[in-house]
Design a protein around this ligand. Structure first.
Ligand SMILES: [Mg+2]
Length: 279
């Protein structure tokens, strides 16, 4: 039996007709909480699902085999372009007039064309000499949560599911979001500074792709749970190792290389649609 999740709390006449054309009467969507599910004897391919999703303009995902939606204990998420709608480092770079250079490197790294650690070293070096007050300006004036973020996190709290934020970005931002949103665990890079200026490097080892995966496993040990009780969410190539460890991986408005490898993808919905995987 295959379970398909339709991430919408309503289906109009046209959408229902399209679904009936594809799956017939036996594949009728059934409402569960804020979404619909369809039970099929045979699992459709990702390509078939994508085609249907694009036709009805609603995200549709197949629940992976062996993932128990009633036994989720931890959700771990990337920060930049996942929980929040910006790449912090690109915005910081704007205050020292190197945004185009930095943003181009970020983009290539997120597509998986550059090694993340190497790309971060290059980008942070371009920030050398910037007054650290720029970090607060980015937080206050430019950082915004992606749609559904607050509903998502409060929904997890209601069900006593822990939430971890892990980022190849910086603790300056994860610390403040932790406080603002009541996040349980965070990990990110520490920007080195001297005399209120950025030194152009990070302190200690870089939190890159492997460190994100390691953080997931570390939290599993700490919480005494199994990786298949974890949902991992990300948008960039440096999230893939972490996503690979989790029971369910979600590509959120992600780069093509990430969507291809993740078990599920959200392209139309807000982050609150992640709650559809937890029932
Ligand atoms: Mg990201």
């Amino acid at each position: 039996m295959a379970t398909i999740i339709i991430h919408s709390n309503t289906l109009n006449f046209e959408q229902a007709k399209i679904i009936e054309r594809v799956y017939g009467y036996a594949g009728k969507p059934v409402k569960v909480n804020n979404h619909f599910r369809i039970q099929l004897n045979e699992a459709p391919t990702r390509e078939e699902l994508n085609q249907l999703a694009n036709e009805i303009k609603v995200d549709i995902n197949l629940l992976p085999d062996g993932f128990d939606t009633s036994n989720v204990k931890l959700v771990i998420s990337d920060m930049d372009s996942t929980l929040i709608g910006i790449e912090c480092i690109d915005e910081i770079a704007d205050y020292i007039n190197v945004k185009p250079q930095v943003a181009a490197i970020t983009e290539a790294a997120m597509r998986g064309e550059l090694n993340f650690e190497e790309s971060l070293t290059q980008r942070v070096a371009l920030l050398k000499g910037l007054d650290t007050s720029a970090l607060q300006k980015v937080f206050d004036d430019r950082l915004f949560l992606n749609p559904g973020a607050e509903t998502w996190i409060s929904g997890l709290k209601e069900q006593s599911i822990k939430f971890a934020l892990v980022s190849g970005g910086f603790t300056f931002f994860t610390d403040r979001l932790k406080e603002q949103l009541g996040i349980d665990f965070t990990r990110a890079n520490v920007l080195a500074k001297e005399n209120h200026q950025l030194s152009g490097s990070v302190v200690g080892d870089i939190v890159g792709a492997q460190a994100k995966a390691d953080f997931l496993n570390e939290l599993c040990q700490q919480l005494n749970i199994q990786p298949n009780q974890v949902i991992a969410v990300g948008d960039g190539a440096n999230d893939l190792l972490m996503m690979n460890e989790a029971g369910l991986s979600i590509a959120y408005k992600a780069k093509p290389a990430v969507q291809e490898k993740a078990a599920t993808a959200l392209n139309f919905s807000g982050l609150d649609a992640i709650l559809d995987f937890i029932v």
